[in-house]
Design a protein around this ligand. Structure first.
Ligand code: AR6
Length: 181
C-alpha cells in the first residue's frame, strides 16, 4: 500500500525491519536502552554490539529514555544507516495517556530523523507486541502522527514505511493509511 503526500511516499510492507535498506529504522525499545525481545532484540542481533555501546553512552549522558522520546545511533552491520530508538507506551486499557505517548514516539522519531537529514525511515508497529497496544488503535495513532508531521514538513522525507512483521499487522496500517486524509 502506498500513498503520496506532496513529495513524500507513505508505504506499508511486510518484512523483517532489520533487512531494510533505509536511512533509519526505528526501534521499539524500552527505557533502559539495553536491548530486549521482539524487534529490539532483532535489531541488536542484526546490527551487532556497536549499537549497545552507543546506547550505553547515551544512557550515561541522559539516563533512562522516557516513553515517547527518541534517540539515534548508527546501525552497525544492518543495511540501514541509523537506528532511532524510541519507547512506546505499555497498554493499560487506554486511560493512561497511551495514545498521546504513542503519538510522541512517532513524532519525536521523525524529529530525530529530520534533524539528521535522513530521508527514508521505516517504523515497526511500536507497542503492539510485548507492550500489548491493540494493533488497529495503534495503527490509527501512528498514521495520524506521521501524516501530520509530513504535512507540516513537506520537504523533510522521501519515504516513510510502516513495516509489519506479519500480514495482519501490515493490513491494519494499510487500512489506517487508506482512510487518512
Ligand atoms: N521486524 C519487524 N517487526 C518486528 C520484528 C522484526 N524483526 N520483530 C518483531 N516485530 P515488540 P513493543 C514486531 O514486542 O510492543 C522489547 O522487549 C512484532 O511482531 O518488539 O513496543 C523491548 O525491549 C510487533 O508487531 O515491541 C521492550 O521491552 C512489533 O514488532 C518491549 O519489547 C512490536 O513488538 C517493547 O514492546
Amino acid at each position: 500500500m502506498e500513498k503520496k503526500i506532496g513529495t513524500t511516499t507513505l508505504s506499508t510492507v511486510v518484512s523483517d525491519i532489520t533487512t531494510l535498506r533505509v536511512d533509519a529504522v526505528v526501534n521499539a525499545a524500552n527505557s533502559s536502552l539495553m536491548g530486549g525481545g521482539g524487534v529490539d532484540g532483532a535489531i541488536h542481533r542484526a546490527g551487532g554490539p556497536s549499537i549497545l555501546q552507543e546506547c550505553k553512552k547515551i544512557v550515561s549522558e541522559i539516563g533512562r529514555l522516557p516513553a515517547g522520546e527518541a534517540v539515534i545511533t548508527t546501525a552497525g552491520n544492518m543495511p540501514s544507516k541509523h537506528v532511532i530508538h524510541t519507547v512506546g507506551p505499555v497498554w493499560h486499557g487506554g486511560k493512561k495517556d497511551e495514545p498521546a505517548i504513542l503519538r510522541n514516539a512517532y513524532t519525536n522519531s521523525l524529529k530525530q530523523a529530520s534533524r539528521h537529514g535522513l530521508k527514508t525511515v521505516a517504523f515497526p508497529s511500536i507497542s503492539t507486541g510485548v507492550y500489548g497496544y491493540p494493533v488497529s488503535r495503534a495503527a490509527s495513532v501512528a498514521v495520524s502522527a506521521v501524516v501530520d508531521f509530513v504535512k507540516a514538513h513537506p520537504d523533510a522525507f522521501v519515504e516513510i514505511t510502516f513495516c509489519g512483521f506479519d500480514d495482519t499487522t501490515e493490513r491494519e496500517y494499510a487500512s489506517a493509511l487508506q482512510s487518512s486524509v
